[in-house]
Design a protein around this ligand. Structure first.
Ligand SMILES: O=P(O)(O)OP(=O)(O)OP(=O)(O)OC[C@H]1O[C@@H](n2cnc3c(O)ncnc32)[C@H](O)[C@@H]1O
Ligand SMILES: [Mg+2]
Length: 195
């Protein structure tokens, strides 16, 4: 376990292959993708504020991996619902599907929403946890549009675009997304952290 100096590799702990694909293509452009390896470990997720969820996931991941780890937690917040589903989006999506989520807003004129991504990094068990957050403002479409490959992408329209994330080519999503914004902070940090 590295406790001082520079580190060689970081393990990105996620069970979500779409997150991994996006991380790899975003970090590829920074020349860092070969320094991040993946481990699919099903970590228990404490629920609460997004930063706390990511911090706790990171603490557990560091214990399981025994070295430098990166994790992330993603929320989808509907402004008309005071920020819900937020960190609970995975369970809402599983229960309602992309078709059902817009129905939660049927009674509200305000369809605005925010996609939030919090990455958390630690050098190993018991080490400090650093967090890096990215937010993408947008709105919830009335019905899904685009390919159904990744979660709620078919219903989220980022501000300034007429398409949902699912209708965009990956290069566009990966430039403007919540994940891209958080990863640009992660990338700046990792440049100093990696040998
Ligand atoms: O193993 P982890 O990294 O926790 O992966 P996960 O799929 O459980 O992910 P989260 O706990 O962060 O839950 C977020 C939910 O939102 C979905 N999601 C995350 N990022 C997304 C994105 O950029 N576009 C669409 N859906 C996304 C994801 O599939 C989950 O259903
Ligand atoms: Mg999860």
């Amino acid at each position: 376990m590295a406790t001082s100096g520079k580190i060689k590799l970081v393990t990105f702990v996620t069970g979500n292959p779409n997150k991994l694909r996006e991380l790899n293509s975003i970090l590829l452009t920074a020349g860092l993708s070969d320094r991040v390896v993946n481990k699919d470990i099903d970590l228990p997720e404490l629920q609460g504020l997004p930063e706390m969820v990511a911090r706790e996931k990171c603490r557990l991941a560091a214990e399981r991996v025994g070295g430098p780890v990166l994790v992330e937690d993603t929320s989808l917040c509907f402004n008309a619902l005071g920020g819900l589903p937020g960190v609970y989006i995975k369970w809402f999506l599983d229960a309602l599907g992309p078709d059902g989520l817009p129905k939660l807003l049927a009674a509200f004129p305000d369809k605005s929403a925010e996609a939030r991504c919090v990455f958390a990094y630690s050098r190993g068990p018991g080490q400090e946890v650093k967090v890096f957050a990215g937010v993408c403002p947008g709105s919830i479409a009335d019905k899904p549009a685009g390919d159904n490959r990744f979660g709620w992408d078919p219903i989220f329209k980022p501000d300034g675009f007429h398409e949902t994330f699912a209708q965009m080519v990956p290069e566009v999503k990966n430039t403007i997304s919540h994940r891209a914004k958080a990863l640009s902070l992660v990338r700046d940090f990792l440049v100093g952290e990696l040998e």
